[in-house]
Design a protein around this ligand. Structure first.
Ligand code: AMP
Ligand code: TRP
Length: 345
C-alpha cells in the first residue's frame, strides 16, 4: 500500500510495548462521505494493529460554524457508529468524543497564548471556510488549528493519518510543538508527522472535479455519502462529470474521469496500468457500472453494521465512555507538564 511516510514511520512495530502512537479525528458535521473514508478512516482501520491508536470525534471543532444542538448530538453518535462500522475495533483503539476530555479545551487556551497571529493568518482553511464573512465568523474558527494541534500534542502522538487538506494544519502543529519545546528547553511535546496516502488523499467532487469532495457542498450529488443506498450511488455515479473523449485513462487534463478512476483504484487496490487495460476500448458507461458495483460492495456491509450499532445506543455510549476514560489520563499528564513548565497554578 503506497503510503507517503519517511523511513522512521515504516518501522511501525507490532510489539505493543514499542508501538508508535497514532491520533486522528473527524468532525461530527453529518454526511460522512467517501473522501473521509478513503482519505482517512479506511487507512486508520488498515493499520490499527501496527499502532497504539487514539481516534476522536472532534465535536469542539464542529461548533466553529453554527450548528443545530439536536443535529450535533445525533451526528456525534452517528460518527461513532460509523467509526466502528468501518472497522475500528474499540479493543484496539481508544474512541472518544473530544468534549468529554476537558483537557483539549484547556490546553487550547494555553496554546493560543503561544501562537503568533501571523501563523494563523496563513491558514488557508480559515480563508475558505470564512469566505466573505471574516468579520462575523466566531473567533473559534480562527483558532481552530490551535485546538487541533492540542488534540495531537496532548497524546504525544507520532503519526497523524489524514487527507491531503490537513497538511498545513499538521505543519503548524509541528511548528508550535518545536517552538514550545525550544522555549522551555524540554521535550514537553513529541513532534508528530502527517501520514498521507498517495491514493485517495484527495477525492474530488463528482459534479465539479476541481473542488474536493466535502460535507458542506450544497449540491448533494457532489459526494457519495457513507450511508447512500445502492440506487443513490448508481444515480450519482451516472451523473458524475466526465468529458467527451470516452477514453478510460488516468489523465490530469481530464479531472472528472481521473477522479473516478482514482476512487476505483483506491477501492480495488489495483495499479493504474491494470485498470486502464481492463477498460481499454470500453466506454464510460461500462466503467461507471463497475465503479458503482465496487462502491456498493464496499459500503453495504458498513451500512448494515452501522444500523445495528445505532439500534443499541447503550453499547455505543459505553464504548465512548470507556474511550474517554482511557484517553484522559494521557492528556492530563501532558497538560500537567505544560502547566508546570509555564509556572501556572
Ligand atoms: P473533515 O470532514 O474535514 O472532518 O475531515 C475528516 C478527514 O477526512 C480528514 O483527515 C480529511 O483530510 C479527510 N478528508 C476530507 N475530505 C476529503 C477528501 N475529499 N478527500 C480525501 N480526504 C478527505
Ligand atoms: N481538522 C480536521 C479536519 O477537518 C479534524 C481534526 C481535528 C483532526 N483535530 C484533529 C484531524 C487532530 C487529525 C488530528 O479534517
Amino acid at each position: 500500500m503506497p503510503v507517503e511516510m519517511n523511513a522512521k514511520s515504516t518501522t511501525a512495530n507490532t510489539n505493543p510495548s514499542v508501538k508508535k502512537r497514532v491520533f486522528s479525528g473527524i468532525q461530527p458535521s453529518g454526511n460522512l462521505h467517501l473522501g473521509n473514508y478513503l482519505g482517512a478512516l479506511r487507512n486508520w482501520v488498515q493499520t490499527q494493529s501496527e499502532y497504539d491508536n487514539i481516534f476522536c470525534i472532534v465535536d469542539l471543532h464542529a461548533i466553529t460554524l453554527p450548528v443545530d444542538p439536536k443535529e450535533l448530538h445525533n451526528d456525534i453518535r452517528q460518527l461513532a457508529a460509523l467509526y466502528i462500522a468501518c472497522g475500528l475495533d474499540p479493543q484496539r483503539c481508544k474512541l472518544f468524543v473530544q468534549s468529554h476530555v476537558h483537557e483539549h479545551a484547556e490546553a487550547s487556551w494555553v496554546m493560543c497564548c503561544f501562537t503568533p497571529m501571523g501563523w494563523l493568518n496563513r491558514m488557508t482553511q480559515f480563508k475558505t471556510k470564512a469566505g466573505e464573512n471574516t468579520e462575523s465568523v466566531g473567533t473559534g474558527l480562527y483558532c481552530y488549528p490551535v485546538l487541533m494541534a492540542c488534540d495531537i500534542l496532548l497524546y504525544q502522538t507520532h503519526y497523524v493519518p489524514v487527507g491531503d487538506d490537513q497538511r498545513q494544519h499538521i505543519e503548524l502543529t509541528r511548528d508550535l510543538a518545536q517552538r514550545f519545546n525550544a522555549l522551555y528547553g524540554q521535550q514537553v511535546f513529541t513532534i508528530p508527522e502527517a501520514q498521507i496516502r498517495t491514493v485517495g488523499a484527495r477525492v474530488m467532487a463528482l459534479d465539479d472535479p476541481t473542488n474536493k469532495m466535502s460535507k458542506t457542498d450544497p449540491n448533494p450529488n457532489s459526494r457519495i455519502n457513507m450511508l447512500d443506498d445502492a440506487q443513490t450511488i448508481k444515480r450519482k455515479i451516472a451523473r458524475a462529470a466526465t468529458d467527451s473523449m470516452r477514453l478510460v485513462t488516468f489523465d490530469a487534463t481530464r479531472p472528472g474521469i481521473t477522479n473516478l478512476l482514482t476512487i476505483y483504484q483506491a477501492l480495488t487496490g489495483q495499479s493504474q496500468e491494470t485498470i486502464e487495460e481492463e477498460f481499454a476500448g470500453k466506454g464510460y458507461g461500462e466503467f461507471k457500472a463497475a465503479l458503482t458495483d465496487h462502491l456498493v460492495a464496499t459500503l453495504a456491509p458498513i451500512q448494515k453494521r452501522y444500523h445495528e450499532l445505532m439500534d443499541d445506543q447503550r453499547v455505543l455510549e459505553g464504548i465512548l465512555k470507556q474511550g474517554a476514560e482511557q484517553a484522559r489520563p494521557i492528556a492530563a499528564a501532558t497538560l500537567q507538564h505544560v502547566k508546570e513548565v509555564i509556572g501556572l497554578g
